[in-house]
Design a protein around this ligand. Structure first.
Ligand SMILES: NC(=O)c1ccc[n+]([C@@H]2O[C@H](COP(=O)([O-])OP(=O)(O)OC[C@H]3O[C@@H](n4cnc5c(N)ncnc54)[C@H](O)[C@@H]3O)[C@@H](O)[C@H]2O)c1
Ligand SMILES: [Zn+2]
Length: 363
């Protein structure tokens, strides 16, 4: 079992997390008046049964099931869940348990943090993305009119329990979506880790727990130093300025298969690596290395033709932008990221063209 200490809570990583979860409840000494578990249909089917089998405390819990998908990370679904909590008589001493991917932990954390001015919650992340990223760090929230994470609060869970074996039932595209955040952790913080990530075979799950632990360690070190994203934490936004805009556009189009978060971030990282080369000193060989690894890994992703004007207008809404300029976190080298860099529309357009040209050669 690995325990990573964060600001006021711990992340426990183990193939048998139920022992740790039972220990958590024992330590709480019956102080919770009720337990409310948030799941979607997949985490209910694939993860909840293994947990409830070994966690006595979950047997009497109320299960709140929502439909999976980013489009449900919305205020309407929150209202439904707040109503459910009210109807079931949840009070300030209730515990909220998020079992699922990033949609569940982002929205569930937000619901718990606002219900009766905040009740305790724990995260049991079941996707690669939520294990290495979304469940750790205290950012919770929902989308507003497809604008990503427009509403939310910083609020930390009481604990996070990570079992890498949950990944075995996850679709390959979802596994790759989570892998994008692992790539990001390497690119912004650790050149040696980048070498390891490049060699990592996602199909071989024997090394999964190690890589999840390494990624959480990197993310946790960054967020523990800057919990409210005043400075350093912004490096975790690498790839996300363009990535979030692509994700929003894809959600707006209501396409049958909207881009997954990590897929959008993967494209965002190629574009922002190009901008890094233009304005932040990233060398050409490093740009090429990043581009070819990401394109090779995400050959199956096709964002369609992008409308630069629309993308830029979405980026202007992005919370990372101050004074109406487009702000980026950019790489000066692999493993080194600089915050508060700006780029103009011409360079952003070039970056998108660069992605399209490079992608054409591989796809
Ligand atoms: N708060 C943060 O710091 C942070 C960081 C990164 C991403 N995010 C957010 O996370 C969200 C994306 O998270 P995600 O990729 O986990 O998406 P998700 O929650 O939509 O999960 C992806 C899919 O996997 C299914 N699933 C979950 N666990 C499963 C399992 N064990 N087996 C089979 N299927 C399973 C889900 O039902 C869903 O269909 C986005 O909304 C993004 O904005 C937040
Ligand atoms: Zn992300």
């Amino acid at each position: 079992m690995t325990q990573i200490k964060s600001a006021g809570y711990s992340v426990f990583i183990n193939k048998d997390i139920t022992t740790e979860i039972n220990r958590f409840f024992k330590a709480a000494k019956g102080s919770y008046s009720g337990i409310f578990i948030l799941v979607d249909e997949n985490s209910l089917k694939y993860c909840y049964p293994q947990l409830v089998e070994k966690i006595e405390y979950f047997k009497d819990a109320e299960i709140i099931e929502i439909e999976s998908g980013e489009e449900n990370k919305s205020i309407e679904v929150c209202i439904h869940i707040w109503n459910t909590l009210s109807e079931f008589g949840a009070d300030r001493k209730s515990l909220f348990v998020n079992i699922g991917g990033g949609v569940i932990s982002d929205m569930g954390g937000f619901i718990a943090s606002t219900f009766k001015r905040g009740i305790d919650f724990i995260n049991i992340p079941t996707t690669l993305l939520s294990q290495v990223d979304a469940s750790v760090g205290g950012k919770t929230g929902i989308d507003l009119n497809n604008l990503k994470n427009e509403i939310g609060v910083f609020s930390t869970p009481k604990a996070v329990f990570v079992n890498s074996e949950f990944i075995s039932t996850l679709e390959r595209s979802q596994q790759l979506s989570g892998f994008a955040e692992i790539i990001k952790h390497a690119l912004v913080a650790d050149h040696d880790y980048w070498q390891k990530v490049k060699r990592f075979d996602l199909a071989d799950h024997s090394g999964l727990e190690d890589i999840i632990t390494a990624s959480i360690t990197i993310k946790n070190a960054i967020v523990s130093e800057d919990t409210k994203e005043k400075g350093l934490r912004k490096i975790l936004n690498f790839g996300h300025t363009i990535g979030h805009a692509l994700e929003t556009l894809s959600l707006e189009k209501k396409s049958k298969k909207p881009l997954l978060h990590g897929e959008a971030i993967a494209i965002g990282m190629i574009c922002e690596a190009y901008i890094s080369h233009k304005v932040a000193g990233l060398s050409k060989p490093a740009l090429k290395e990043i581009t070819s690894f990401i394109l090779k890994t995400y050959k199956h992703v096709n964002p369609g033709k992008t409308d630069v004007k629309q993308l830029v207008s979405i980026m202007k809404h992005d919370k990372k932008n101050e004074n109406d300029t487009i702000n980026f976190s950019l790489l000066s080298d692999i493993g080194k990221c600089e915050i508060n860099k700006t780029a103009d529309v011409t360079v952003i357009t070039e970056a998108l063209n660069y992605y399209e040209q490079e992608a054409k050669q591989i796809l």
